[in-house]
Design a protein around this ligand. Structure first.
Ligand code: NAD
Ligand code: IPM
Ligand code: MN
Length: 358
């Protein structure tokens, strides 16, 4: 979308739906938006933020989770969705989050949940040494989490004493996420893709082995390796530096992405993008609504800022994205940090410092 400028040229403007959600969601989103505006402005584009009310509050007041008109709207009329977090102790069944967050992932068919794990400053890792036996100096890998299948579909039934959850793996679904991981690896010059499943215990995971072998054959320059998810969890702690691209199912991707966040400073810094190439994406920090710190003004807004960077990259503004990451790195290095990463800054102070570093 373009809009007129006083000089007669057109500046690109992106229409972005904002679902700030619950708990710290609104705090981090509102701290991130001015930072993103500043980066956009520097790079010659702008964002029209459209705040939508869908949250636990809205659900408790109206009974509405994500109405169909709103779904149609975000499906048809916006360039991206920027989401804070959903989850509230007053909604113990989490039904609003299921409809809004999982609903958007499934109904928009955003089959790639892209979650980078990057060490932005050496002192952020709890590991004694950020250099593992592999000799690689940093922690820098990405997780391709399948986002439309698995146990998350909620299929199953309860019968007497049995609570049955079906783990849905389709050949089409498994193949497209594996292919996305290899395509990304090729485009970014990385040399290793690690697929993780639990096919030794879960027969349905055999399809992951089959598809992985088939897809890998088309990428001869890339080392295609497999790890069972239990062993991978161990190795990620022992030698995270050797991993480049990890592809796995919905549930394991959820767990490994929090583990990955823990290796590089925690959830306050972890970004994610829900994607389907060619469509508008949904961008959200990996973290949740953090009810224990909500309302205190101390949530780390950097995950939201870095999530905005992923959004800008997807919208075609790779330089703005790099600038945002640089500004976050510099702010951390300068010691302006919220308590989760060892500082005393408030959400607002950390946000402002990142903005100033731009
Ligand atoms: P959480 O991510 O909210 O919190 C886990 C821990 O990390 C807590 O100690 C929290 O204080 C800390 N933390 C998280 N984000 C932080 C930030 N930005 N700055 C500083 N500290 C931060 O996970 P949880 O406690 O398991 O879940 C809380 C609620 O959030 C639940 O309802 C859950 O379902 C929901 N949730 C939502 C999303 C999402 O919307 N994408 C993701 C995860 C969890
Ligand atoms: C995430 C969250 C969600 C998930 C929850 C809130 C359903 O943990 O985005 O990582 O499990 O996908
Ligand atoms: Mn999660």
């Amino acid at each position: 979308m373009t809009a007129g400028r006083p000089d007669g040229r057109t500046a690109e403007s992106h229409r972005i739906a904002v679902i700030a959600g619950d708990g710290i969601g609104p705090e981090v989103i509102e701290a991130a938006i001015p930072v993103l505006d500043r980066a956009a402005n520097t790079h010659g584009f702008s964002c029209a933020w459209e705040r939508l009310p869908y949250s636990a509050d809205h659900y408790l007041k109206t009974g509405e989770t994500l109405p169909d008109t709103a779904f149609q709207h975000v499906q048809n009329d916006v360039d991206a969705i920027f989401l804070g977090a959903l989850g509230d102790p007053r909604v113990p069944g989490n039904e609003h989050a299921r409809d809004i967050l999982l609903g958007l992932r499934f109904r928009l068919d955003l089959y790639i949940n892209f979650r980078p794990v990057t060490l932005l400053h050496p002192d952020l890792t709890p590991l004694r040494q950020a250099v593992g036996p592999s000799g690689r100096p940093a922690i820098d890998f990405v997780i391709f989490r399948e986002n439309t299948e698995g146990l998350y579909l909620g299929r199953g039934r309860t019968s007497g004493d049995e609570y049955i959850a079906e783990d849905v793996n389709t050949g089409t679904g498994v193949e497209r996420i594996i292919r996305a991981a290899f395509e990304w690896a090729r485009a970014h010059g990385t040399t290793r893709v690690t697929m993780s499943d639990k096919s030794n215990a879960v027969p349905a995971h055999r399809i992951w082995q089959e598809k992985f072998q088939a897809v890998a054959a088309a990428y001869p320059g890339i080392d295609a390796e497999h790890r069972y998810v239990d062993a991978l969890a161990m190795e990620l702690v022992r030698d995270p530096g050797r991993f480049q691209v990890i592809v796995t199912n919905n549930l394991y991707g959820d767990i490994l992405s929090d583990l990955g966040a823990g290796l590089v400073g925690g959830l306050g810094l972890a970004a994610s993008a829900n994607l389907h190439p060619g469509r508008a994406g949904l961008f959200e920090p990996v973290h949740g609504s953090a009810p224990r710190i909500a309302g205190k003004g101390i949530a780390n807004p950097m995950a939201a800022v870095l999530t905005g960077a992923l959004m800008f990259e997807q919208l075609g503004h790779a330089e703005a994205a790099r600038d945002l990451e640089r500004a976050v790195r510099e702010t951390i290095a300068a010691g302006v940090r919220t308590p989760d990463i060892g500082g005393t800054a408030t959400t607002a102070e950390a946000g402002r410092a990142v903005g100033d570093a731009l």
